[in-house]
Design a protein around this ligand. Structure first.
Ligand code: HEC
Length: 446
């Protein structure tokens, strides 16, 4: 362990990150990028067809993009970095070393995006003459480009975690940034963002815009974007899938917690209603049923959640593939740590020597350093809550199992440390398992 740690005893690390990240992805993709593009598209159509009402609608959309991006969007964006820095300090440290300038640039681009967004919204009514309106539309286009750029930068960092590619050997920034899944995942996310925006905004318009001809005009524009985006999302998604490591690919269904069949049925069904929705939107924009709109809305939000969970889970046991494990330990250090000890390789550790008295305490630190990133003792995800999962295991069984568990459960990094450290970990686990399951401590005098 090189940093202090916090414990989210019931939620677990993964859940904390997932909650913040899923909200952020919905907003960054669906609102900041997707809805910005839809807004300026509606504004353009309103200008071309001299439709005052459509222009007003676009303005309302711009207002909500402004409000949501600068509040929940920005807070969850920063929230991701805060939570991951606290939960995964070693990995964020490693990523910072590689991507330092990318992160600096991303921040500047984000500020630019927000400034453009503010100007875009607040000049809506004053830039009305045809000359000025053209300028205003160009401003909207620059907004879309700026919000896309933040994605284009951050995707380099995210994709490198799964496929660092040549970086492993060269340590070159560009090898890391332009890694094997960079282009497919960027393309996939781009069109996914459009689809998400179409589905979410269409649902809201279906609910709140009563003027049928106005809604029809908006839906026509959405239909055009949808006809481009849905096939592109699908094709680029396949390219993305083909570019990931085989072991990761094999973990996709497992990581959703569904059986193969349920997974296929649910995702197939979601895709099908999306197609029905889109065809309806294009062929008969006036009559899109609210129930269909609600169904695709739910399916899309569900898909984003699934995508994020899968993307994070299939990287296991790594946090940066073939380089760093999810618990922050380096792949290449395994032998060294087994020989010299985990404590000796930890800069932030309370106990440096193991004695009979502090054994459980040391075990707790080993657990925090090597297992806490994926496990809780008593959390809501029962498979990961070791207290319940290990009920009935005695110390001998644990001692034999832990050093070899990564061979059976490929999602787990190998345990690293000496015999004594393993003993300490087992002593700690045993105590926790007994506590969770209400086993009374056997007193020494017996
Ligand atoms: C990268 C995440 C990760 C880390 C780190 C991790 N595990 Fe696991 N572990 C898992 C997952 C996922 C499972 C569930 C596998 C399944 O159910 O298919 C699991 C299952 C287990 C099981 C049950 C195994 C079984 O066969 O029933 C034990 C025991 C266990 N882990 C112990 C540990 C210990 C001890 C550590 C720390 C030294 C640790 N794990 C670190 C992800 C992790």
């Amino acid at each position: 362990m090189n940093f202090p740690y916090v414990e989210y005893t019931w939620l677990g690390y993964g859940t904390v990150i997932a909650i913040i990240a899923i909200i952020h992805v919905i907003i960054s993709h669906g609102v900041a990028i997707g809805t910005s593009v839809l807004t300026v598209s509606l504004e353009y159509r309103a200008f071309k067809t001299e439709n005052e009402k459509l222009d007003e609608l676009a303005k309302t959309m711009a207002k909500w993009v402004l409000i949501i991006t600068t509040t929940v969007g920005a807070m969850t964006g920063v929230g991701i970095w805060f939570s991951t820095t606290v939960i995964q300090p070693d990995s964020i440290g490693a990523l910072l070393r590689i991507f330092f300038w990318a992160w600096v640039t991303e921040w500047i681009v984000f500020i630019t995006e927000v400034v453009i967004l503010i100007i875009y919204y607040y000049t809506w009514d004053s830039w009305k003459s045809p000359e000025k309106k053209k300028k205003h539309i160009n401003l909207g286009i620059s907004l879309s480009v700026a919000s896309w750029l933040t994605m284009a930068i951050i995707t380099g960092v995210l994709a490198a975690k799964l496929t660092p590619g040549k970086w492993i050997d060269t340590f070159s920034f560009w090898n890391a940034f332009l890694n094997p899944t960079y282009l497919p995942s960027l393309g996939f996310r781009m069109f996914l963002a459009m689809m998400l925006a179409i589905v979410v905004v269409a649902f809201l318009l279906r609910l709140f815009v009563k003027d049928l001809s106005l809604r029809e005009e908006a839906f026509k524009v959405f239909g055009v974007w949808g006809a481009i985006s849905l096939p592109m999302t699908f094709i680029l998604g396949l390219w993305y899938l083909w570019s990931i490591p085989e072991q990761a690919y094999d973990m996709i269904v497992w990581s959703t917690g569904m059986t193969e069949n349920t997974f296929k049925i649910i995702n197939g069904l979601a895709f099908l209603i999306l197609i029905v929705f889109l065809v309806w939107l294009i062929r008969s924009p006036k009559t899109v049923p609210i129930i269909l709109s609600l169904a695709v809305f739910g399916a899309s939000i569900g898909f984003i959640g699934e995508f994020e969970v899968v993307r994070e889970s299939i990287r296991k046991p790594f946090i940066i593939y073939d380089y760093m494990y999810a618990n922050g330990l380096l792949y290449q250090n395994q032998e060294k740590i087994n020989e010299e000890g985990y404590l000796a390789h930890s800069t932030w550790i309370m106990e440096k020597e193991i004695t009979e008295e502090n054994k459980v305490e040391v075990g707790r630190e080993v657990f925090a350093g090597q297992c806490l990133s994926c496990h809780t003792i008593d959390g809501w995800r029962e498979k990961r809550a070791l207290g319940k999962r290990l009920v009935g295991w005695d110390e001998e069984a644990l001692k034999t199992y832990i050093p070899t568990m990564h061979n059976v459960r490929v999602a787990m990094p190998p345990f690293m440390g000496t015999e004594e450290e393993l003993d300490a970990l087992v002593a700690y686990l045993k105590k926790e398992i007994d506590e969770v399951n209400g086993v009374k401590e056997v007193s020494q005098s017996e």
